[in-house]
Each structure stands twice: as C-alpha cells, then as structure tokens.
Ligand binder design. Structure first.
Ligand code: NAI
Length: 379
C-alpha cells in the first residue's frame, strides 16, 4: 500500500465517521455519497482529455457533482479575470479540484494561472509518481520513482524586474519554512509508504545560500527518520544519473524549478508526457492535474493521450478514499494497453482521445470485479 498521504494533506472527506464534540456529523461509510469537485477543463488539449477522464471517472459508479469553471485566457475573455472569484470560492468549498492544463504565454502576457492556484491555496507539495504502465514498451521498464516538488517558491515566485534597460533581475526565494515543510512531506510520505531512500536534489555548490538553506532543512528533517537512507545529488549530475540508471533512485525531493525540469525528463522513462499524473497538496485542499501542458501543437485534433489526466483522477479517487474505483480504472487502462488496438498516436496507435476513453469504459463495464488489493500499488 503506497498511497498514504502524510497527515496534514489527508482530506477530511473520506471513509469513516466524522465526529464533532463526540457527535457523528457525517458518516462516509455510506457509499452512495456524492462528491463535490471543482473541475477546470483548461485550454488547448485540456477540454479533450478532461472530457474523456470525466466519462471514465463517472463509469466507476462513484457519484460526482462537478462545479465547472474556466481559468486563464478563456476566463478572462468571459469574466475579465484570469482566476474568477467563483472558481476560488468553489475550491474553498469543495477542497478538491481536477484540473486540465492552462496555457501561459511565453515571454509576455499574464503570469501562470497554474502557479497562482498552487500559491493561492498553499498547495505546497507537488507529488509526481513516475511509474510504467504494463505493456508500453519503453527503454526503461519497471521504473518506480516519486518526485516531490516544492510548489510555492524558488524562481517560480515570478519576482522579476528590469534594473536598467538590458539588465533584468529574477529573484529566487527559498525559505526555511517551505523547505522544511516539503522535506517533511517527502519523509512522512516515505515512512508511511515504506519507501527506502530519499535524495535531495540541489545546486548548492553554486547557490550556496538558497540551495544551501534547502539542503540544511532536508538534513535536519532527515535526522528524524533514521530508517530512510538520505542522500544529496547536484541537479546536473542527477539528470545524467537518471538517464544512465533511473533505478538507483527512490524518492527525489527538490525545489520548484528543478522539479519542473526533472519531471519532464522522467516522463520519458514511462512513455512520455501523456502518462505522468500529479497531485498538488496542501493542508486544506488538493488539486489534481497532469504534468503535461496544453500541447497547442495537437490541440483540437483528437490526438491527445488522456492517460496522465486519468491517472491524476485515480490519485484524486484515492485521496477521497475511493480505492476500489481507482483500481477499476487502472484495470481498464491496463487492458486497453495490453490489447493495443485502441492506443493514441504518441504510443504508436491511431485511436483518438475519445475512442481510447470508450475502450477503457467498455473494459470497465465488461470486466468482473477487481480484487480489492489487486492494483493498490498503482496510480
Ligand atoms: P506540453 O506539455 O504542452 O507539450 C510538450 C510536448 O508533449 C508537445 O509535443 C505535446 O504535443 C506533447 N504532449 C503533451 N501532452 C500530451 C498528451 N497528453 N498526449 C500526447 N502528447 C502530449 O508543454 P509545452 O509545449 O512546453 O507547453 C505548452 C503550454 O502549456 C505552455 O503555455 C505552458 O505554459 C503550459 N503548461 C501548463 C501546465 C499546466 O497547466 N499545469 C504545465 C506545463 C505547461
């Protein structure tokens, strides 16, 4: 059982009875409950992959009441706000979001909506499992890595200014609070899920103060977890080590920008960006989204692989305590990849996004029940 969040990020919703002053106020053992979830379709390939995912999630039989809101350029065109107030209120209410990718203009225009949402809701831990699905040929079979990315600071703070024409400054913010918090998340997650080894990834040989502080925080937290082997690798060496032998790593913890870059590198181990899910976790809410972006090169062509968003929805279902539904989706995905005749183009098939989703749903509907523990080790 690998999927146990550290205490702070666990949802209040979930299985079991919720008590207030000794009184049972809500009993989630009743399986017919409806979950309210904020749904952000995103743009580019977002609406295509999200629609496919929602159909699959609904086919599990778990009931959802989706609160649907746009964000980014599309929201601005409609409401003159990049993150509409109603969207913020919805996440505050539901405390769970499923999000499609949102485009950020390059070198101009508005700041990233994705980063803004993570900061707004203090979703400080970005959890990114890198795992092969069976039956997808890759250069590295059997990869099982966890990337834990700090999600609120570093160069992603977006604090930049022009000092004089021709000279700009971009500030890298690293704090003891955020570094300790993300290190603790990585160690708690590892302890609870029996992971053996954590590497802190850094560039403290050059950025002695900022990355030095990050490392000091990781070392301090590591002392409280003697059963977990702790190591440190410099980020450029890590890239080479990963390509040479990804199996040497178990859990990697790093600041924001390194996490962004290393995630895409690791996506290549498991079939590409179409496969890697993520969970943005905070103390009071969580937003689930793929690692990939809006892929403008294939948007609107029914070519996108929705697997990364489907796996993100699986993480969401586990977060809600709906493990059986997550297992059911895994079973459907696994069967589609095994039979190979409804695969998307990124993995050599010819099927469209919706055709791929139809095939998963068909397998889910025709398969006999998944044994309770069978797939609990998959995203
Ligand atoms: P990207 O991830 O959108 O695309 C990179 C490459 O991977 C492209 O060739 C694309 O076709 C392919 N790809 C991505 N997802 C795929 C899928 N599901 N199936 C098949 N192929 C897939 O990265 P890029 O081009 O750097 O960014 C495009 C836009 O997305 C930018 O505006 C960026 O800011 C935004 N972005 C948004 C994110 C989010 O909403 N969380 C995350 C990353 C980027």
């Amino acid at each position: 059982m690998w999927f146990v969040w550290p205490r702070a990020t666990r949802p209040r919703l979930g299985r079991g009875k919720v008590k207030s002053r000794g009184r049972v106020v809500r009993d989630h053992t009743i399986k017919s409950m409806t979950y309210k979830v904020t749904l952000i379709p995103g743009d580019g390939i977002g609406p295509e992959v999200m629609q496919a995912t929602v159909r699959i999630v609904q086919a599990t039989g778990v009931k959802f009441d989706w609160e649907i809101f746009q964000a980014g350029a599309e929201a601005f065109a409609k409401y003159h706000e990049y993150i509409p107030k109603e969207l913020v209120e919805s996440i505050e209410r539901t405390r769970v979001g499923l999000k499609g990718p949102v485009t950020t203009p390059v070198g101009e225009g508005f700041s990233s909506i994705n980063v803004a949402l993570r900061k707004k809701f203090e979703l400080y831990a970005n959890f990114r499992p890198i795992r092969n699905l069976p039956h997808i040929p890759t250069r590295y079979p059997g990869v099982d890595l966890i990337i834990v990315r700090e999600n609120t600071e570093s160069l992603y703070s977006g604090i930049e200014h022009e000092v004089v024409p021709g000279v700009v400054e971009s500030l890298k913010i690293i704090t003891e609070k955020a570094s300790t918090r993300i290190a603790r998340f990585a160690f708690e997650y590892s302890r609870k899920n029996r992971r053996k080894k954590i590497h802190a990834i850094h560039k403290a040989n050059i950025m002695k103060l900022s990355d030095g502080l990050f490392l000091r925080c990781c070392r301090d937290v590591a002392k409280e977890y003697p059963e977990i082997t702790y190591g440190e690798h410099i980020v450029d060496n890590t890239c080479m080590q990963l390509v040479m032998n990804p199996y040497q790593y178990d859990v990697l913890v790093m600041e924001n920008l390194y996490g962004d870059i290393i995630s895409d590198l690791c996506a290549a181990f498991v079939g590409g960006l179409g496969f890697v899910p993520s969970a943005n976790l905070g103390d009071s809410c969580a937003i689930f989204e793929a690692v990939h972006g809006s892929a403008p090169d294939i948007a609107g062509k029914d070519m996108a692989n929705p697997t990364a968003v489907i796996r993100s929805a699986q993480l969401m279902l586990r977060h809600l305590g709906e493990h059986h539904a997550a297992d059911k989706i895994h079973d459907g995905l696994e069967k589609v990849y095994r039979t190979k005749d409804k695969l998307t183009r990124d993995v050599g098939g010819t099927a469209g996004t919706s055709e791929f989703a139809d095939a998963i749903i068909q397998f889910m509907e025709t398969s006999t029940d998944v044994p309770a523990q069978a797939e609990s080790s998959h995203a």
